[in-house]
Design a protein around this ligand. Structure first.
Ligand code: ATP
Length: 288
C-alpha cells in the first residue's frame, strides 16, 4: 500500500499567549502543498521502519514510528508491517515533515487494518503525537486553533504556485522559536480573520495581502539571510514571499507553474549558498 504525506505552509500564523502547559495558543490557516513524502507499507512479521534519509532515526524517536505505537494503543492491534518512507519534505524546515509522516502512518495503518478508527478518532490519536499532526490527517485548507489541534474546515485556497527555498545546512527548532517570541516586545499579531475572509470570498488578491506569520519576528532576526532570500524572491518576480511555520523555509508565490520554474532557476543563479529549491502548489490533485 502507498500513501502520500504532503507538507504544509501557513497562510496565516498568529501566536497568542503562552499557556500553563507550556504551549502557545495559536490561530493559524494551514494549507497542504504538493511537496510530499511517500509512505509504503508491506506485510511483515513485526513492525519495522526504514527511511531513505540517514539524518533520521528509525526507532521511537521517529514521529512515524510513534504513530504506529499510538495506532496500537488506540486499536489494540499490534502492527505487523514494514513501513518505508521516502523523504522529500525538508527536515526541521517549518513544513511539518515529521507530522505529515506521522499522520500518513496513522492513515495507512487504519486503511490496512480495515478502518477501525473514524476520522475524528484518527485526529484525536494524532494530537497525542504533536500539534500539527491532526491537521495532517485530512490536510487541505483548515483553520487551526488551541495549540494547533482544534480544526475548522475552510474553503480550499485558490491554486497557488510557489517556490520553496531552504538553506540546505540550516534547521530550526520550533520550540526555541516559540520561546524566543515571548521576549519580543510590542509585536503586531497576524489578522487570521482577514485571511479566512479572503478564502471565504475566493479573493486571491485579498488573500495575498492577508498572508502573515508572527514567527518571522524571531527567525528572520536570527537568520538575516532569510531576509535577503525573501527580498530576492520579490525582486525576481514573486507576488508575495513569506516564511512557513517557524522556518527556515521561505515560499515565494507566483501566478503559474512556468513562472515558478523560472523563479527557481533565477534563485539558483543568484545565490552561491547551497539552497534546497522546489516548485510546489496547493492543488489537491498534485498531492495525492
Ligand atoms: P513543524 O512545521 O511541524 O514545526 P518542522 O518542519 O519544523 O515541523 P520536522 O521536519 O517535522 O520540522 O522535524 C522536526 C524534528 O522532528 C526534527 O528535528 C527531527 O529530528 C524530528 N523527526 C522525527 N521524526 C521525523 C520524521 N519522520 N521526519 C522529519 N523529522 C522527524
Amino acid at each position: 500500500m502507498k500513501e502520500f504525506a504532503p507538507g504544509k505552509i501557513n497562510l496565516a500564523l498568529r501566536v497568542g499567549k503562552r499557556r500553563a502547559d507550556g504551549f502557545h495558543d495559536v490561530d493559524m490557516v494551514m494549507q497542504s502543498i504538493s511537496l510530499a513524502d511517500t509512505i509504503t507499507l508491506e506485510e511483515a512479521p513485526t513492525l519495522t521502519l526504514t527511511i531513505d534519509s540517514s539524518a533520521l532515526p528509525c526507532d521511537e524517536r521517529n514521529l512515524a514510528y510513534q504513530a504506529a505505537l499510538v495506532f496500537e494503543k488506540w486499536t489494540k492491534i499490534k502492527p505487523a508491517v514494514h513501513i518505508h518512507i521516502q523523504k522529500r519534505i525538508y527536515l526541521a524546515a517549518g513544513l511539518a515533515g515529521g507530522s505529515a509522516d506521522a499522520a500518513g502512518v496513522l492513515r495507512i495503518l487504519n486503511r490496512y487494518y480495515g478502518k477501525p478508527l473514524s476520522r475524528g478518532q484518527l485526529e484525536e490519536a494524532a494530537a497525542e503525537i504533536g500539534s500539527d499532526v491532526p491537521f495532517c490527517i485530512a490536510g487541505g485548507t483548515q483553520r487551526a486553533l488551541g495549540r494547533g489541534e482544534l480544526m475548522r474546515p475552510l474553503p480550499p485556497s485558490p491554486t497557488l504556485w510557489m517556490v520553496l527555498a531552504k538553506p540546505a545546512a540550516l534547521g530550526v527548532s520550533t520550540a526555541e522559536v516559540y520561546r524566543a517570541l515571548d521576549g519580543v516586545k510590542d509585536r503586531k499579531e497576524t489578522d487570521t480573520d482577514a485571511c479566512v475572509a479572503a478564502l471565504e470570498h475566493h479573493d486571491t488578491k485579498a488573500l495575498l495581502s492577508a498572508l502573515n506569520n508572527d514567527l518571522e519576528a524571531v527567525t528572520l532576526e536570527k537568520v538575516p539571510f532569510l531576509v535577503a532570500l525573501k527580498e530576492a524572491m520579490l525582486r525576481l518576480g514573486a507576488e508575495k514571499a513569506m516564511m512557513s511555520g517557524s522556518g527556515p523555509t521561505v515560499f515565494g508565490l507566483v501566478k503559474d507553474e512556468e513562472t515558478a520554474c523560472r523563479l527557481k532557476e533565477k534563485l539558483r543563479e543568484t545565490f552561491s549558498q547551497d539552497l534546497l529549491l522546489d516548485v510546489a502548489c496547493t492543488e489537491e490533485e498534485y498531492y495525492g
